[in-house]
Design a protein around this ligand. Structure first.
Ligand code: SF4
Length: 399
């Protein structure tokens, strides 16, 4: 324990970037808990300007795209941390900080202010209701775009009691690849035994799904949508078989898939792969969430000739109320009615369709409800999904 009572400032950099993160920074909450435990006074700093009264300021950043003022540099009085600064080389917190109960009150004053200024309270649901932590950490897949690319295995990280607060309604796990852990079943049962709803915020690895996992996963008290990832077109048939498995256990639950784009390439191949993945997911009544690759310092898709298509497809898919009712073409046409001049979405659709009419014909008029329902009907009348997938893939010269 230190002798002098210190004044500590904590900055959640993602919160200050203006993009409005909706999730608390776990490292910031642990730092706060640790320094309070040492007797210090801790404040969450909600601007980049703070007075001299702080003995030390910790700045934590999760997202590489978050911008910070140029004059922020590590010094005797300032420490920087997190994947947003150091990506896969981010130093870990010391064990005594990492394994402390997070200070779930860190954001209280900030939330109160925001609600008073008219922001909806529901935006802060996870801040106010979730126990947040990692049961396991790491992954064995080494995906080159991931902060875990240097990790080799999934290992046990914390016991549930380290971050579980009885007065919090739900549990939010940040595990990288929970089902990749050898004793996943034991940990899963512990979660069920709390009686609280829980979710895996970073998504689960659908490639590891089995009957046993599906049985537990789709019969537990899950909090919100199930999230998986479909990052690579090479997994097309594997994902298709897992979608069959998922729909064997649940026909109605909301299933979302992150779809990474703009990583392998930013050419027409990548655009075709994106639409192929969207189509497959829709066929199984799942929702795609388009993740445009953001590297450490650059996002190649932004400079590509398809940047308009990437942006518009992301806007279409990532807003379920539009995605579930409008085809891609209708979504762009709806933009047209709102704008006086030809909107960027429509301009990119027209340019793409002119150059690649065969791709536009396959995907631009696909509608979630018709495509999903129609194909389910076809399946019950002997329609063969795999044959459809193959003919679609062949048309696209893929797989
Ligand atoms: S499977 Fe997920 S967590 Fe694992 S390396 Fe790939 S992206 Fe990262």
């Amino acid at each position: 324990m230190q002798n002098k009572k210190m004044k500590i400032g904590i900055v959640d950099a993602d919160l200050l970037d203006g993009k409005g993160t909706r999730f608390p920074n776990l490292a910031a909450m642990k730092l706060s808990a640790f320094h309070k435990w040492k007797g210090s006074e801790v404040d969450l700093l909600t601007s980049w300007l703070w007075g001299n009264e702080y003995d030390h300021v910790f700045i934590s950043k999760v997202f590489t795209s978050t911008k910070i003022p140029f004059w922020i540099k590590p010094s005797e009085k300032i420490s920087l941390g997190g994947t947003g600064f150091y990506f896969d080389n981010a130093p870990s917190l010391h064990d005594e900080i990492e394994h402390i109960m997070p200070d779930y009150t860190l954001y209280d004053s900030y939330i109160k202010e925001r609600i008073k200024s008219g922001v909806k309270a529901s935006i802060f649901y996870e801040y106010q209701n979730n126990s947040i932590g990692f049961l396991t950490r790491g992954c064995f897949r080494k995906c080159p775009f991931c902060v875990n690319k240097n990790s080799r295995t999934v290992q046990k990280h914390s016991d549930l009691f380290e971050f579980l607060k009885e007065d919090r309604k739900a549990i939010c796990l940040l595990d990288d690849n929970f089902f990749g852990y050898k004793d996943w079943k034991k940990l899963f049962q512990e979660l069920i035994d709390t009686g609280k709803p829980f979710k895996f915020k970073q998504g689960l690895d659908e490639r590891l799904l089995t009957d046993e996992k599906c049985e537990m996963l789709f019969n537990c008290k899950y909090d919100g949508d199930y999230i998986f990832a479909f990052d690579n077109i090479a997994d097309y048939y594997m994902i298709e078989s897992k979608l069959e498995l998922i729909r064997k256990y649940t026909s109605s639950k909301n299933i979302k898939f992150y779809v990474l784009v703009g990583f392998e390439s930013v050419d027409v191949t990548d655009i075709k792969n994106m639409f192929l993945r969207i189509e497959l997911l829709v066929r199984y009544s799942c929702l795609p969430y388009i993740m445009r690759f953001r590297g450490n310092h650059n996002s190649p898709w932004e400079k590509s000739k398809f940047s308009g298509i990437y942006t518009t497809v992301a806007r279409w898919c990532n807003q379920p109320k539009f995605f579930k009712t409008l085809s891609f073409r209708e979504f762009c046409e709806a933009d047209r009615y709102r704008c006086k001049s030809l909107p960027a979405s429509m301009r990119s659709l027209i340019a793409f369709e002119k150059e690649y009419p065969e791709i536009a014909k396959l995907f631009f008029d696909m509608k979630y409800k018709q495509h999903a329902t129609c194909n389910h009907d076809k399946q019950t009348s002997g329609w063969d999904r795999t044959t459809y997938a193959i003919s679609l893939a062949e048309t696209c010269n893929y797989l």
